[in-house]
Ligand binder design. Structure first.
Ligand SMILES: [Zn+2]
Length: 315
């Protein structure tokens, strides 16, 4: 960019309990943080939610010294036909056309993506997969989702759901091998991967194999202490995840996969996943590096600002 006009973007990460705004100045190469503010999420009242965002953005404009476009990262799914929020852990947003309402309230361009897409963009720019021609950001936390970036740009697809690997069905062969129950998924389908490989999914596998009601970190600790059931849970979980990521390689063939969400902190996944993936790939297909995140959850607002830059920057 040669334009000397000052540029900047506000990134807003909306979560169930907090909203974080980070304002960035853009020098044409990178985003530099100049302002950050965090507030509690207004839970049930949509008008109150819009007022809170207006206040945040007004203060960020002052700090940045310009009226900046806004990127917003939201949990849940947006109906591509109506723009309405379908499922969210923020009750005030359910059924609302959030992007439309924010554009009106803020009187400026607003880019909206889901939190997984924002995570992927953040890790593709200055993050763990910086410089990779293609990368996939795979979030494994309370749910499982992701985003695919090509040359640093998020590829969203016709419905905006590209990268929703958590709602692929678990293959019949894997249900049979471990005698797994077919579980309902909040998305309305049954047997989605998310129900088995997310954090709560790993805990479910442990119960299914005869263990207690434990968190993933506790299961790993038990396996280290010699629990055979916990070791079996870890092996089954890594195999299910390995199959999913191997399918991802056969679909998108990313140069790197960056893990995000709570389970990205489990060190054994970086050791076990490459071998688990190889078991589900044919010879000659190389497994891409499986990398820990650089920004992790802290990259949500950053990714949202990058989304606004991707959508609104003029060359
Ligand atoms: Zn599902």
């Amino acid at each position: 960019m040669t334009n000397s006009e000052p540029r900047g973007y506000h990134g807003i990460d909306i979560g169930g309990t907090k909203i974080e705004l980070v304002a960035f100045a853009d020098n044409g190469h990178e985003l530099k943080e100049v302002h950050r503010e965090r507030i509690a999420t207004p839970g049930t009242d949509f008008a109150e939610f819009l007022l809170a965002i207006q206040g945040l953005v007004g203060r960020a404009d002052k700090a940045l010294g310009l009226r900046a476009p806004v990127g917003v990262g939201l949990p849940g799914v947006i109906d591509s036909a109506t723009g309405r929020q379908l499922s969210s852990n923020v009750p005030a947003l359910n059924g609302r056309a959030v992007a439309h309402a924010l554009k009106d309230a803020l009187e400026r361009p607003v880019a909206i993506g889901n939190d997984c897409q924002c995570f992927a963009l953040s890790e593709a720019h200055g993050g763990a997969a910086h410089g990779q021609p293609t990368m996939f950001g795979a979030i494994i936390g309370t749910g499982a989702g992701g985003g695919y970036c090509v040359d640093g740009r998020l590829l969203r697809g016709a419905n905006g759901v590209a990268g929703e690997w958590g709602h692929w069905p678990l293959p019949a062969s894997q249900f049979a091998a471990a005698a797994l129950p077919v579980l309902d998924c909040p998305c309305g389908r049954r047997g989605c991967l998310e129900r088995y490989v997310s954090g709560p999914g790993m805990s479910r596998l442990h119960l299914h194999l005869g263990g207690g009601d434990e968190t993933p970190a506790a299961i790993v600790a038990q396996a280290r202490a010699g629990s055979a059931i916990a070791a079996k849970t870890m092996a089954l979980h890594a195999d299910l995840l390995g199959h999913a990521l191997a399918t991802l390689v056969l679909t998108l063939d990313p140069h790197a996969i960056v893990l995000g969400g709570g389970l990205s902190q489990l060190a054994h996944l970086y050791d076990q996943l490459p071998a688990a993936m190889r078991r589900h790939l044919f010879p000659g297909v190389r497994v891409p590096p499986i990398l820990p995140p650089k920004f992790g959850d802290a990259g949500g607002a950053r990714g949202a600002a990058l989304l606004a830059r991707q959508q609104f920057a003029t060359p």
